[in-house]
Structure formats: structure tokens, C-alpha cells
Design a protein around this ligand. Structure first.
Ligand SMILES: C[S@@+](CC[C@H](N)C(=O)[O-])C[C@H]1O[C@@H](n2cnc3c(N)ncnc32)[C@H](O)[C@@H]1O
Length: 244
């Protein structure tokens, strides 16, 4: 009993980091970093998780940043369109360029949107459109209030919407976060190494995300750790399943 208590209290406490990545140098370092391996892994896991994904539709990418996953998803699913939302102009500017360079403007729309959308008046006038697929990578740990993500997921989904979210997972010890930075961002610029370290400290553990989902009434969604530093949250919003 005493041992369990002291082990739990020794776990690394979460340290929040700033929400938006709207500093130009920070956005540039992020946009120019090579995320091919983890971002391809994201798309591969999404494919494996949802073999029943409809042939076509419009997906929502929350916290799309410079659009790297948005683009990889669009390439992997050529009959799908994607809306990417982010509140950082600096990040979106890199995203607009990347989408234009890939000539995918017909299927990818990036928008400046703060999550959750606060304007409840316009919310009530909003078209009652729900996205058949909502995905997000590395937004959750940035949010001052994690319920912002779950509120937006609820607002933008309908019966049958598929949800796939990946985020960093806070390690048990600060030293492990340092080791991850050296292991996975060894040759990256200092600004990116600093952000990665801070993001690991700001990330949630599986049990904390499960508590958030219960609080949001989204406890049908599942959570599990993948690899050493990521967790995924996935599932289908209840109601009639999608016609596939
Ligand atoms: C670590 S980046 C991830 C970008 C992208 N999803 C990826 O995986 O490359 C997190 C992004 O979330 C955005 N963000 C943070 N809080 C937000 C909020 N409340 N509303 C909209 N975007 C937000 C940041 O500006 C940043 O671009």
C-alpha cells in the first residue's frame, strides 16, 4: 500500500505548454522537420483501425498545423476531401504553401479555427453538417482545457462518425522525456527539441484521457498506448453506423 502510494506520487506531474504554435520560428522549425515516419504511422494505424472507412467523404483534421498529416491522408485516400483547422496563422501559412505545392487545393481546405469554436450564436446557425471522419494528431496536449477537443468532436460529429486521435503520452519520469528527445530529435534544431520536450511533459497518460472521455460522455471511444511515446483514441460515435 505504502509502496504503491510512493510510486504513484513519484510519477511525473503534467506541465502545460502554450496552446498555439504561432511563433514564426517555431512554426518554421515544425513545418520543416521530417515527420515522415510518425505521420505515415498515423495514417497506417488509421487505415488498420477503420477497415470499414467509407470510400469517400470529407474528413476533419483538428489542429492540422502545417498540414503534413492532412496531405498524407489525402494522398492515401484519393476519393476523400479534408478540412484542416488550426488557430495559428503561422502554421497555416506553411500549410497553404504545402497544399498548393501538392496541387491538392481541390481536396484540402485549411481554415483558421480556434478549438472549440466559441461563438455559440453562430453555432446555432451553423449548417447541421457532421463529418464522417474526425482525426487529430498532437493537438490534445496543447489545449489549456482538454475538454475543448472533446467538445469539438461532439459538435462536429453525428451518428456513425469515426474518430481517430493520436497524441504524445507523458512518460513516468522527466529523464525519459530527455532520452526521447535525444533518441527521436537528435539532429533537429534546438527550438524543435525544446518543443518536443515540453510537449512530452504536457501530454496526458492513458488513464487521464479515459477520465476525460467519461466526463465528456464519449466513453465509447477507446484509448491505448502505441509504441513508447504515443497513445491513440479511436471509435465510432454512437447511433446508426455509417453505410459503407
Ligand atoms: C504539435 S502541432 C500538430 C500539428 C499537426 N496535427 C501535426 O501532427 O503535424 C499542434 C497544433 O495545434 C494547434 N492548436 C493548439 N491549440 C489549438 C486550438 N485551441 N485551436 C486550434 N488549433 C490549436 C497549434 O497551433 C499547432 O499548430
Amino acid at each position: 500500500m505504502t509502496n504503491l502510494g510512493s510510486e504513484a506520487s513519484a510519477l511525473l506531474t503534467r506541465i502545460p505548454e502554450p496552446e498555439l504554435m504561432d511563433d514564426d520560428d517555431q512554426a518554421r522549425a515544425y513545418a520543416e522537420a521530417d515527420f515522415a515516419e510518425p505521420h505515415n504511422h498515423f495514417v497506417q494505424l488509421l487505415q488498420e483501425t477503420f477497415p470499414q472507412l467509407p470510400k469517400t467523404g470529407t474528413a476533419l483534421d483538428l489542429g492540422c498545423g502545417p498540414g503534413d498529416i492532412t496531405l498524407r491522408f489525402a494522398r492515401a485516400f484519393p476519393a476523400w476531401s479534408v478540412e484542416g483547422w488550426d488557430a495559428s496563422e503561422a502554421m497555416l501559412n506553411f500549410g497553404y504553401q504545402a497544399v498548393a505545392a501538392a496541387e491538392l487545393q481541390n481536396r484540402i481546405t485549411l481554415k483558421k479555427v480556434y478549438v472549440p469554436q466559441r461563438d455559440t450564436a453562430s453555432d446555432t446557425q451553423r449548417d447541421p453538417v457532421s463529418f464522417p471522419l474526425i482525426f487529430s494528431n498532437s493537438l490534445l496536449h496543447h489545449l489549456a482545457d482538454p475538454m475543448a477537443l472533446w467538445t469539438e468532436v461532439k459538435q462536429q460529429s453525428g451518428p456513425g462518425t469515426l474518430v481517430f486521435i493520436m497524441d504524445l503520452m507523458r512518460p513516468k519520469k522527466r529523464e525519459t522525456a530527455r532520452d526521447f528527445v535525444d533518441l527521436y530529435a537528435q539532429d533537429e534544431p534546438e527550438v524543435l527539441r525544446r518543443d518536443f520536450f515540453n510537449s512530452l511533459l504536457a501530454a496526458y497518460r492513458v488513464d487521464e484521457v479515459q477520465d476525460q472521455l467519461v466526463q465528456a460522455g464519449l466513453d465509447k471511444l477507446q484509448v491505448r498506448a502505441v509504441r513508447d511515446r504515443h497513445l491513440i483514441i479511436w471509435g465510432q460515435i454512437s447511433g446508426s453506423p455509417l453505410n459503407t
